[in-house]
Design a protein around this ligand. Structure first.
Ligand SMILES: [Fe+2]
Length: 383
């Protein structure tokens, strides 16, 4: 089993960032974040907490939505130049991924591109502290940093045990300003992690425990968090759900939904959570016959319990139904057409080819999926 180091949870917990960074013996730290966090003043607020603990802190706030190797290298150069002893990742998955990469680039020379792959990082990095401001990616608890190379457009993860964060601070107060559509799409990404881990061929009692807790919480709280963003209980439950989904994913992997979502991001720039939200009902419907009991259980966790005497294969389809309802209620795009990014049938072959190339998630999928099956699912998702 894999888990991050320490996790602190609760409203206002991010104000402890300074003493916690100091606790690692760090005298110089770098905050890695995005322009929105800077504009909202959240980056400066966290920097203040860190400074008050006597830690010298710099802010790098140029992380883009699909973070690049190039941006990561600039942040890493800054971290090396300032000789930082801790890296704080503040923001969504992008900022956290870049922060995780920077933490190992301080102690491993060269460009981030050198380490894209599995287990290529030689030396442990400096301590990294994650402060998520969305509730979805689970990056605060995983060992991956996904970076795109601007030079050739190839997207690849740095996957290394040295990327597991030493500490995560889950402060629901930092997520109250998240707009409805971001709350919705990132929350659906967390649900995809949990459901895919739950139905993965690599699922274990350990990952199940986290997946079940995540699915239950998201079924109960995602609508509330999206439509009443100031509800701190809903925000807190969603942060926990994202964390649990991340633990489930780190241990059991994801399946075909994430593989099929990948080309939507790569070829058409569709946000990761939006792509997964759109596809997850279709993948759940398609996978259900291969793992009826699991999908029936997941449906029940989402609030669609199995009727007495109802066969598993029937109850299993209610999982897809529950997901359809969530996507509709949250006002997320439900079809490839709705995305309005110019996807046509003519693209399906290339999309399917790319999805099949996402090997590990495809291998984890409970139902064997071929390239033709990918096309079938894209077609079903079209309108
Ligand atoms: Fe994801």
């Amino acid at each position: 089993m894999f888990m991050a180091g320490r996790v602190h949870f609760g409203p206002g917990v991010s104000s402890k960032a300074g003493e916690l960074v100091r606790g690692f013996g760090a005298e110089r730290a770098l905050i890695v974040t995005d322009p929105t966090m800077e504009r909202l003043g959240i980056a400066e607020r966290i920097a203040d907490h860190v400074r008050k603990a006597g830690v010298d802190v710099s802010i790098f706030s140029s992380v883009e939505p699909e973070p690049s190797v190039e941006t990561t290298d600039v942040a890493a150069d800054l971290a090396r130049e300032r000789k930082v002893q801790a890296v704080i990742g503040l923001g969504g998955g992008s900022s956290m991924d870049v922060a995780k990469a920077v933490s190992v680039l301080v102690t491993n020379e060269g460009s981030a591109a050198k380490y894209q792959g599995l287990g290529l990082v030689k030396n442990p990095g400096v301590p990294k502290i994650m402060i998520p401001t969305t509730a979805g990616t689970g990056s605060e608890v995983t060992f991956t940093a996904v970076l795109i190379r601007k030079s050739d457009g190839v997207k690849g993860g740095i996957n290394s045990d040295f990327l597991y964060p030493e500490m995560s601070l889950l402060d629901p107060e930092l997520t109250v300003s998240m707009p409805r559509h971001v709350t919705a799409s990132t929350g659906m990404d967390a649900l995809a992690h949990a459901l895919e881990a739950y139905t993965s061929l690599k699922a274990s009692p350990f990952s199940d425990m986290f997946a079940e807790e995540a699915i239950t919480r998201i079924g109960r709280w995602l609508r509330v968090a999206a439509f009443n963003g100031r509800n701190i209980e809903a925000r807190g439950e969603m942060m926990l759900a994202a964390l649990f989904g991340g633990v489930a994913l780190a241990n059991a992997g994801v399946t075909a939904c994430h593989a099929l979502a990948y080309p939507l991001g790569g070829m058409f720039g569709v946000a990761h959570g939006t792509a997964n939200a759109l596809l997850i009902p279709h993948v759940a419907r398609w996978n259900a016959p291969a793992s009826p009991e699991r999908f029936a259980d997941a449906a029940a966790l989402l609030g669609y319990p199995q009727e007495e005497g109802e066969p598993d294969h029937v109850a299993a389809l209610f999982c897809a139904e529950a997901l359809d309802d969530l996507v509709e209620d949250l006002g997320l795009p439900a079809t490839l057409d709705d995305l309005d990014v110019g996807i046509t049938e003519a693209h399906f072959d290339e999309m399917a080819e790319k999805a099949m190339g996402v090997a590990r998630p495809m291998e984890n999928n409970p139902r064997v999926m071929t390239k033709d099956d990918c096309v079938t699912i894209y077609r079903e998702a079209m309108e």
